[in-house]
Design a protein around this ligand. Structure first.
Ligand code: CA
Length: 631
């Protein structure tokens, strides 16, 4: 129960503080509870019965044993949470935290009509497009993309809603429609308006997404934020200022959970995320956030990852370091989540942008971005809220070219094809700004790749390790690591603060291999060279340098041609890595460089040595004398 200590430490601060600002950080009287074990209607009912004098059920997140509860009048929230914490049926309980839109800079208050917007933006033929003049190679990406494709990736815009009546979206047909709520029912009525949940997904007439604020099927934008975000996403896939507009290659799924003031609850955010995943979204854009760690939100994003969805999150506009002041959801270490900083047209980190060499991954244009707003209009906005949808649109284009990639692999395509820029070198983990052309091209090279991925568990007791049956299968790695997920930052505390951390299990994934897919001949040469060397079973430690990160791992087998190993974290930026390998008795170390590959069959990484020096090979030969041959 260690991981709950931090939550309640934070809560006590929150309650003792009792200032008006802290009181606004959660919905008064509401909490999110996860019950232990698998979901069972009778067990849940028993629990509500037991607690009926104190709390009532507001909603359940179907099948997940996560419940949205409301305190009965007169109940004290802190006392109730403390009591629930002791309940043997409760896995976790947390306040229903409030989340906010990451408010953009709208100081350029000019509003353009569609005609004015099209006249303003005429530059697509020169390669410097429209929404941004940053060198992200969007027009080149269009040229490189497959002309016709049978897939139309879906991007969920979890935001203030989208003006789905905007001519940009109606002309292009870009708004997702739910196939289960279109056509006519058995009575001859239009399914979109028959007041029946035709597809049984829990939402009545949800023909184009959902409004979780009002509980209606009209996710209309009553701000400007979500419509601006949606226009940026669409604008990565096609020229949104062309006349005439062409048919959309991707779909936008509008999911409104932020109200007109830009505020929303965690319960609505997770409802939107579960809706997105269950209704086929491939990418989820999150241009919003908060400082409080929420296990239920982390669980929802883990669910998205486990369903192969790419998650994009804005890093925040506070000019702060996300490595020391956590921002969520950007900071959840979900493998398929990309945290995005904002850059300018001249390729510098935008002055307002958050950063973090561990928790922020890439930069994308977020300064002076021209996009759609409600009422068939367009305007400029600046913020990481604008940078994230650039990446979300790219993720959709990567999926379009390589449909079978996992969400994590799509992230890897994007993070591994950035252009390094000076002002991001220590500001984001890749040190670079995204490049759409590079990503689309890399995706096309990997169109035939299809891989399974291990399950990501968003929380686990401290020190959790894989069951040995998983870890020992073949040379596979199973669960390999426990990582800190960051503090329960009601006050925006530092991440990873000792006992206040949630523990997250990361597992190895097939990843960098696809970016380093060479021509078939080269691959064959690799295979042949591997066969030339006998492999020996090692179980010594290894330290890996990937960029400026240092990872730890275990060598499984070694040969003069390379090693297979398990690392304690995923390699977000693979390719060539430098390894420090310890001898089986720990007395010697050698440093060697090589190419990362992923062996799907063994479920382990491999590194093919590029230029192992003779002295290194001498060491390996010496060690091997006392080692068993690998089968
Ligand atoms: Ca429905």
């Amino acid at each position: 129960m260690l991981r709950f200590n931090g939550l309640f430490l934070s809560l006590s601060v929150l309650f003792l503080g009792a200032s008006s600002s802290s009181a606004q950080q959660y919905v008064q009287g509401e909490m999110i509870i996860k019950l232990k074990g698998t979901h069972s209607a009778s067990k849940s009912k028993q629990f509500y019965g037991k607690m009926s004098s104190k709390i009532s059920l507001k909603a359940s997140f179907g099948g997940l044993n996560v419940h949205h509860m409301v305190l009965k009048p007169g109940q004290d929230m802190a006392a109730s949470i403390n009591e629930l914490r002791q309940d043997p049926d409760v896995e976790y309980v947390e306040p229903n935290y409030l989340l906010s839109v990451i408010a953009p800079d709208k100081s350029d208050n000019r509003i353009f009509s569609t005609e004015e917007a099209m006249a303003t933006v005429t530059a697509s033929s020169t390669g410097s497009y429209s929404q941004s003049y940053a060198p992200v190679k969007v027009t080149e990406g269009w040229a490189a993309a497959t002309v016709t494709s049978s897939v139309t990736p879906i991007v969920a815009v979890v935001d203030t809603g989208v003006d789905y009546t905007h001519t940009l979206f109606t002309t292009t047909g870009a708004i997702w429609t739910n196939p289960g709520e279109t056509g006519t029912d058995s009575q001859g009525h239009n399914k979109a308006s028959n007041s029946i949940d035709d597809d049984g997904n829990g939402y009545v007439d949800d023909v184009r997404g959902w409004n979780f604020v009002a509980g209606t099927n009209a996710p209309m934008d009553d701000d400007e934020h979500g419509t601006h975000v949606a226009g940026i996403i669409l604008g990565v896939s096609q020229d949104i200022f062309a006349s005439p507009l062409t048919a959309a290659k991707i779909r936008i799924m509008p999911l409104k959970f932020l109200n007109a003031s830009g505020s929303g609850s965690t319960s609505d955010a997770i409802s939107a995320i579960y809706y997105a995943v269950r209704n086929g979204a491939n990418v989820i854009n999150n241009s919003w956030g908060g400082s409080a760690y929420s296990q239920s939100l982390h669980d929802a994003l883990a669910y998205a990852y486990n369903n192969r969805v790419t998650i994009v999150a804005a890093a925040g506009n506070a000019t702060s370091n996300n490595d020391t002041t956590a921002m969520y959801p950007a900071n959840y270490p979900v493998p398929s989540l990309i945290s995005v900083a904002a850059t300018t047209d001249s390729d510098t980190l935008a002055s307002f942008s958050n950063y973090g060499r561990n928790y922020v991954h890439v930069g994308a244009p977020g300064s002076g971005i021209f996009s759609s707003v409600p009422g068939n209009a367009y305007r400029y906005m600046s913020g990481t809220s604008m940078a994230a949808p650039f990446v979300a649109g790219m993720a959709a284009m990567v999926f379009r070219e390589a449909w079978n990639l996992t969400g994590y692999q799509v992230k890897n395509v994007i993070t591994s094809t950035v252009n390094p820029i000076t002002s991001l070198s220590t500001a984001v983990s890749t040190g670079g700004r995204v490049n759409d052309y590079n990503a689309v091209t890399a995706a096309k090279l990997n169109a035939s790749i299809s891989a399974s991925q291990p399950v990501y568990v968003a929380s686990a007791p401290s020190g959790y390790r894989a069951p040995s049956s998983d870890a020992s299968s073949a040379s596979g790695c199973g669960l390999v690591s426990a990582l800190s997920a960051g503090g329960f930052g009601v006050g925006g505390g530092a991440s990873g603060a000792g006992g206040a951390s949630a523990v997250v299990v990361l597992m190895l994934l097939p990843l960098a291999v696809m970016l380093y897919v060479k021509k078939a001949a080269q691959r064959e040469a690799h295979r042949n060279s591997r066969r030339q060397h006998e492999r020996f079973v090692m179980n010594s430690s290894i330290s890996l340098k990937v960029g400026d990160r240092e990872l730890q791992g275990q060598v499984k087998t070694i040969s003069e041609g390379g090693v297979s190993f398990c690392a304690d974290s995923m390699l977000e930026k693979g390719g060539i890595i430098t390894m420090m390998i310890s001898s089986p008795d720990g007395s010697e170390q050698v440093q060697v460089q090589g190419h990362v590959v992923w062996n799907e069959q063994n479920g382990a990484y491999g590194v093919k040595f590029d230029e192992a020096k003779d002295s290194v090979l001498d060491h390996i030969r010496n060690w091997s004398r006392n080692l068993a041959k690998a089968s």
